[in-house]
Write a protein that binds this ligand. Structure first.
Ligand SMILES: *Cc1c(COP(=O)(O)O)cnc(C)c1O
Length: 339
């Protein structure tokens, strides 16, 4: 009943269908056996369909519907050089018929030549986006100048924040939460979801969806971007409250609902960790499944660690939300390529 009300609330929001949904929920039997903990189920949001997929596609369904409604013909968004969000935005814009400008910033101190040529940034260009590359300290000025120039020319662009993370984009993950709740019903009681968290839209959306459906699910955001817990939690609270608006069913977010798993970030965003690289290799060899060193590999290293330390001892099943990211693998050729 609560689930139906949550669906009805979400279905009333404008959405531009872009993703292959529902994504599959698959058991990772060989990995689960190797780790000796609960059965791990993989929610395959790496297979959302557009140009190698990933979690941003679900957000873009709502964001581009909003861009259409605003009457924009051009979209601007932001990210690091190897931003999966930028690549998925480029693909979504190609499909939906928007001009796409990507403001990419050299925020990651990774100087291998493949980093600025291969992986996501190569695909951005192939997908027809205009790529504007800036040093980190030049990015804000560069972005302002670009937005001004576009506004003076073809009309105000629709500006999507980094990661597509705002109250509109988060609706995509509220939808994912409901989708997952339905899928789990036939297999097991859904208690825990692990995923990489960075710009907070995915985690906010999941919390929004489970809250709306009154489903008591622990959402473990494995932090891969920021070491600052307090400001990250505040971002989530704000985004969920705004997205709930006046009319959402279910229960509002409480501070205790926000679980941020620290300790797996390493030296910083985009810098691989030994445990993350190990997780990428392990899952590839045991499951034929591609993770990445920036997001999903670090998230998996968090799940592996929590199983090893016994934190999930009393759980029978846990869900790993695979948010994508394998498009960046060629950019990390120097740590993942042939010996
Ligand atoms: C963007 C991204 C994330 C993080 O999602 P947020 O909504 O930004 O927190 C996780 N994994 C991958 C592969 C991503 O591209």
């Amino acid at each position: 009943m609560a689930l139906e009300e949550a669906w009805a609330w979400l279905d009333a929001k404008p959405r531009l269908p872009l993703a292959h949904l529902p994504t599959r929920l698959e058991p990772l039997d060989r990995l689960s056996q190797e780790l000796g903990g609960p059965r791990i189920w993989c929610k395959r949001d790496d297979c959302t369909g557009l140009a190698t997929g990933g979690n941003k596609t679900r957000k873009l369904e709502y964001l581009l519907a909003d861009a259409r409604r605003a009457g924009a013909s051009t979209v601007v968004t932001f990210g690091g050089v190897q931003s999966n969000h930028a690549r998925q935005t480029a693909a979504a814009c190609a499909k939906a018929g928007f001009d796409c400008h990507l403001v990419l910033s050299r925020v990651v101190d990774w100087r291998h030549p493949a980093y600025e040529r291969c992986g996501n940034v190569q695909l951005d260009r192939l997908l027809g986006a205009k790529v504007h590359l800036f040093d980190a300290d030049q990015t804000a000025d560069g972005a302002l100048a670009l937005i001004q120039e576009l506004a003076n020319g073809e009309g105000a662009p629709y500006v999507i924040p980094t990661g597509g993370s705002n109250a509109v984009g988060a609706l995509g993950y509220a939808r994912a939460a409901l989708e997952l709740a339905v899928q789990c019903e036939e297999h097991f009681a859904l208690t825990d979801v692990f995923h990489a968290t960075a710009s907070a839209g995915t985690q906010s959306g999941l919390l929004l969806g489970f809250g709306a459906a009154e489903a008591a699910v622990r959402v473990h955001g494995v932090q891969v971007y920021s070491p600052d817990r307090a400001s990250f939690a505040a971002t989530i609270s704000g985004m969920v409250a705004e997205a709930r608006g006046e009319d959402a069913p279910g229960r509002p977010l409480e501070d205790d609902d926000i679980r941020i798993e620290q300790g797996y970030l390493g030296d910083g965003y985009g810098i691989p960790t030994a445990a993350g690289l190990e997780a990428v290799g392990l899952v590839a060899r045991l499951e034929g499944l591609l993770l990445d060193p920036v997001y999903s590999g670090k998230a998996m290293s968090g799940l592996i660690d929590q199983i090893a330390t016994g934190a999930l001892r009393d759980r029978s099943d846990v869900v790993f939300l695979h948010t994508g990211g394998s498009a960046s693998l060629p950019a990390y050729d120097d740590v993942l390529g042939a010996p």
